[in-house]
Ligand binder design. Structure first.
Ligand SMILES: [Zn+2]
Length: 81
């Protein structure tokens, strides 16, 4: 009986691991096929350039000194005077 339980635990563990690996594989393949998945969450996250006040997606924004910028140039120029 003890041996049966041990095997049951091993089989369940193997099944869980293979399921997790298959899931990760499927996810990796999905991301490879869709390099930039456009989820609604990403589309809604808009940030503003502190220099020229233009709005742009957070993924395309530059982050510097805790502020967001539309380009490296504007991050360097800093706040508009
Ligand atoms: Zn800007």
């Amino acid at each position: 009986m003890g041996k049966f339980l041990l095997w049951a635990v091993i089989i369940i563990a193997v099944l869980l691991v293979s399921k997790t690996l298959a899931h990760q594989k499927a996810r990796a393949r999905f991301q490879a096929e869709n390099p930039r998945p456009k989820s609604s969450k990403d589309a809604e996250t808009m940030v503003r350039c502190e220099h020229c006040q233009i709005y742009l997606p957070r993924s395309e924004a530059y982050l510097s000194q805790g502020k967001t910028w539309c380009s490296a140039e504007h991050a360097r120029l800093g706040l508009k005077k």
